[in-house]
Write a new protein. Structure first.
Length: 278
């Protein structure tokens, strides 16, 4: 699976997050505005010096930025993960992923994948009893369809309260629950732990699946393989970096990271290859 972001996306996310203009970055990097604009439009870097200059100007890691430009992808992980079903959806041709965590006949949904029908079909196929819907954030490609799921399965919905206004359809107050730092959801014999990670949105949440020998974290759009999601609003950029660096990438190196878009990765891979890591 290709990366969600190319070099051009990374540069625009870093520049917009810092609320700087192309001219600002050109001055700081010693490149021309034309060169910066060409890189942001997808032109390949002319040489490693050009990558180094713009990485330094934006506070990114130059070697890792060059690796992404040269086609790095994370080592392929097994598509079969115990207790996890990946559900694919599409919004305007843009692929999105959600997940069903299950054990001993119980299940929790992590994001809807903009595909409530497939979620409901998989629950029925596996004869699973849904216990909760856990949203990493409130954007439509991750949250739309909760009304259809709740109609069939009236369960609690977990979402950071700062993201309520992002929902296109809001559940009743009785259904909504605020995930707490290290709050725990029991799914059969598994434990799903909440980890607030604001930045992509003000109320962003990651969910850590605790199971022996296979640590896993559902990261939504907080982090992508080799990149991060866009900071919304841009003023949350530093908060977003802190969430990635101090929370997600502080997990054990063998933790598998399941994002909402693009390939799965691991903490170790991101520490080695993500331009936004430290």
């Amino acid at each position: 699976m290709p990366l969600e972001d190319e070099l051009s996306d990374i540069l625009k996310k870093a520049r917009n997050g810092q609320q700087r203009s192309v001219a600002d970055v050109a001055r700081a990097s010693g490149l021309s505005e034309v060169e910066v604009s060409e890189l942001e439009r997808g032109q390949s870097p002319r040489n490693r010096d050009q990558v180094q200059s713009i990485a330094d100007a934006l506070g990114l890691r130059a070697d890792q930025l060059a690796q992404v430009a040269e086609g790095w992808t994370p080592k392929a992980l097994s598509p079969s993960v115990a207790h996890v079903e990946t559900i694919f959806g599409s919004i305007g041709g843009y692929e999105v992923k959600g997940y069903i965590v299950h054990d001993r006949g119980e299940a929790v949904i992590v994001d809807t994948a903009y595909n409530a029908g497939a979620m409901l079909a998989k629950l029925a196929e596996r004869k699973l009893r849904l216990k909760a819907i856990c949203l990493t954030h409130g954007h439509s490609d991750h949250a739309d369809g909760i009304d259809a799921i709740l109609k069939a399965h009236p369960v609690p919905v977990y979402l950071g309260p700062e993201d309520l206004d992002l929902l296109s359809w809001r559940p009743s107050a009785e259904v909504l629950h605020v995930p707490k730092q290290d709050g725990l959801l029991q799914v059969g014999g598994l434990r799903l732990r909440c980890m607030p990670t604001p930045g992509h949105t003000p109320g962003g949440i990651c969910y850590r699946l605790e199971q022996a020998g296979e640590p896993l974290c559902f990261v939504g759009d907080t982090l992508f393989a080799g990149s991060i999601g866009r900071s919304n609003p841009a003023g949350l950029y530093q908060t977003h970096l802190d969430s990635v660096r101090k929370r997600v990438l502080a997990l054990s190196p063998d933790t598998r990271l399941f994002p909402g878009h693009g390939p799965a990765t691991t903490v170790q891979e991101e520490l080695l290859h993500n331009p936004f890591a430290t």
